[in-house]
Design a protein around this ligand. Structure first.
Ligand code: AMP
Ligand code: ZN
Length: 457
């Protein structure tokens, strides 16, 4: 079965054909580990985890090589270190660990490689040297810059007009730019910056620009031309455009053949942002929702479409999973046939990762199982489990899933009890905080003469 993927580079859905079916390569830009990941950050790892699973199913487990990097040096990390007084390595180690735990809770398989930027400085320096030697880069006042007009087809991924390109590059180091669109490859160390944030190089002490980190890591672990390169929509410009510029001018070959981008996640129809105060961290959400429910919610929209994260979406996702696990629970005493995922589920995923359709087919299987005589159960159970494996769902003991409900109630009971205790201690701020936290998940507390009870809206 052919996989068809929408390629941002060509603006069309194309049949996917890897350079070498024995070694299919995929690179997804990973997190900058200076803080907790929010639920929007989880969208690319989950969407492209589905692709990783599908590629492994089509080409074989050992024939797909997937790299998702960790950006462990960057301005935001330096700022976090300066603000907290903690060493950079401590901050990045902590948030990388949390990130990996969060992603595992969302059913994300560990990529084949997790390159760290700080382990590939030599590769970055090598690319910059090549770019200078070929006339694509030059030493500016504050480091080395890529000279955008030196690349004839610069801008081919984002297809932006020149003024947008210039506006996008405005935030980059300005000193000594030959062209306003030029961007930083190497940033000279500034006085007062920590030792941990500077490396020696032929261009002086400093650190790499963010874009060149990915060019070097992708090359080091996967090669000069990747099959698939992916990330969120916001990375098309400038990040991916600049990765293309660096890698293609340095190596003289295409950086990647298929460029995939996921759409943005909003919260209750609003952009997620610190200024609005609606940023939802994966780490916090996991205290309230099961990781599998969150994964289901993330897959409920097509990856290229916007996804609005709401309480209703989570409730609906949980209800559907309940129904699927209930069907599996009814069949728990039969041995599942060792079958492949049904064609309809595979076909949906092969069509540019149509997860909503794949999930609908999975639901249809549960409906069928509920209506079918017992003799059909081994096949239906096998098909549900195989489809679930492909989607990263339904791999738990259905009894455990059902017990999850009980533990949720216990958790809410405990929070209600903590609020009662806070009120007794006259810590009304804490009591109010707990009430608000419960209200946010749709739990209403009812205070009566005999104590407090709760109900779910
Ligand atoms: P960052 O750590 O900011 O570099 O982001 C990591 C990844 O999350 C990138 O691929 C971004 O495109 C993606 N991303 C950030 N915010 C959102 C969002 N609201 N919806 C979907 N993807 C996002
Ligand atoms: Zn990248």
């Amino acid at each position: 079965m052919d996989i068809r993927l929408y390629n941002t580079l060509t603006r069309e859905k194309q049949v996917f054909s890897p350079q070498n079916p024995q070694r299919v390569t995929m690179y997804v830009c990973g997190p900058t580990v200076y803080s907790y990941a929010h639920i929007g950050n989880a969208r690319p790892p989950v969407a492209f985890d589905v692709l990783f699973r599908l590629l492994r199913r089509i080409y074989g487990e050992d024939h797909v090589v997937y790299a998702a990097n960790i950006t462990d040096i960057d301005d935001r990390i330096i700022t976090a270190s300066a603000e907290t007084g903690r060493p950079i390595a401590e901050i990045t180690a902590l948030y990388e660990r949390v990130y990996r735990e969060d992603m595992a809770a969302l059913g994300v398989i560990e990529p084949t490689f997790r390159p760290h930027a700080t382990e590939h400085i030599d590769g970055m320096v090598a690319i910059i040297e090549q770019l200078i030697a070929k006339g694509h880069a030059y030493q500016g006042k504050d480091g080395v810059l890529f000279h955008v007009p030196s690349m004839a087809d610069y801008g081919k991924l984002s297809r932006q007009p020149r003024d947008e390109i210039v506006a996008g590059a405005r935030v980059e180091v300005d000193a000594g730019k030959r062209d306003p669109a030029d961007f930083a490859l190497w940033k000279a160390a500034k006085p007062g910056e920590p030792r941990e944030a500077r490396w020696p190089s032929p261009f002086g002490e400093g650190r790499p620009g963010w874009h060149v980190e990915c060019s070097a890591m992708a090359k080091a672990v996967l090669g000069e031309t990747l099959d698939i390169h992916a990330g969120g929509l916001d990375l098309i410009f400038p990040h991916h455009e600049n990765e293309i510029a660096q890698s293609e001018c340095a190596h003289g070959k295409p950086m990647a053949r298929y460029w995939l981008h996921n759409g943005f996640l909003s919260i209750d129809a609003e952009k997620m942002s610190k200024s609005i105060g609606n940023v939802k961290l994966v780490h916090d959400l996991l205290k309230h929702y099961d990781g599998e429910t969150m994964r289901f919610a993330l897959m409920s929209a097509h990856y290229r479409q916007p996804l609005d994260w709401t309480e209703a979406l989570l409730t609906q996702s949980k209800a559907t999973l309940d129904r699927l696990y209930t069907a599996l629970r009814r069949m728990k005493d039969v041995d599942a046939d060792d079958v492949d995922a049904p064609k309809a589920v595979l076909a949906a995923l092969c069509d540019d990762l149509n997860t909503p359709q794949a999930l609908a087919k999975l639901s249809a299987l549960a409906t069928e199982a509920n209506k079918s005589p017992e003799r059909d159960w081994p096949r239906l159970k096998g098909e549900m489990l195989a489809a679930g494996r492909l989607l990263g769902l339904l791999q738990r003991d259905p009894d455990d899933w059902a017990r999850g409900d009980a533990s949720e109630a216990q958790r809410i009971d405990a929070m209600v009890a903590a609020r009662v205790a806070a009120r007794r201690a006259k810590d009304f701020a804490e009591a109010d905080r707990i009430r608000k936290e419960l209200a946010a998940e749709g739990v209403e507390i009812m205070d009566g003469p005999d104590g407090s009870t709760w109900r779910k809206a």
